[in-house]
Design a protein around this ligand. Structure first.
Ligand code: DHK
Length: 170
């Protein structure tokens, strides 16, 4: 955006030549949703609301587009498939928005994978996990996340995109 461009050029070392006046397109955001999130809108709507996964993806795409970013979206119920996708994201995405679902509270392997791409990660939970059962209070993902959003419904995904965009200077 104009603000960050001017901030960057303001602090630019004038001895370094500017190679191009056209910014290269930013890398896409990777939106990951873990197990059971394909049932959004059906599973416990009193906890997770009535919006569907399609609504979440549309919201994230709309919000990212406002910030000039594109989105690659994956939902899977298979941990290995998610880990493979995260490995493949190294060098190809600028940041990750992830709702790890139940793996949040169980998966060292997912946390280990998420450091591979070396990009900022925003962890999202639709429900306020801290107001629920004790086993939902611990996250293996939070220590490696740049930010954590919980209890904001699906709006949390939009907040996550805005935060990532700021971290990426978009
Ligand atoms: C979603 C799940 O599926 C749960 O396993 C987590 C999270 C909470 C959410 O709030 O989005 O505990």
């Amino acid at each position: 955006c104009a603000e960050s461009t001017s901030r960057r050029s303001g602090s630019r070392d004038s001895r370094v030549p500017v190679m191009s006046t056209t910014a290269s397109p930013a890398l896409p955001i990777l939106l990951l949703n873990g197990p059971n999130l394909n049932t959004l809108g059906v599973r416990q709507p009193e906890v997770y609301g009535s919006d569907t996964l399609d609504d979440v993806v549309a919201l994230v795409e709309r919000t990212a587009a406002e910030r000039g970013l594109s989105v690659i979206a994956l939902q899977t119920n298979h941990e290995g498939e998610m880990i493979d996708a995260i490995h493949a994201a190294r060098g190809t995405v600028g940041g990750i928005v992830i709702n790890p679902g139940g793996w949040t509270h169980t998966s060292v392997a997912l946390a280990d994978a998420l450091v591979v791409p070396e990009v900022p990660i925003i962890e999202v939970h639709i429900s306020n996990v801290h107001a629920r059962e004790a086993f939902r209070h611990h996250s293996y993902i939070s220590p490696i996340a740049a930010g954590v959003i919980a209890g904001c419904g699906i709006d949390g995904y939009a907040f996550a995109v805005h935060r990532l965009a700021r971290l990426l200077g978009a």
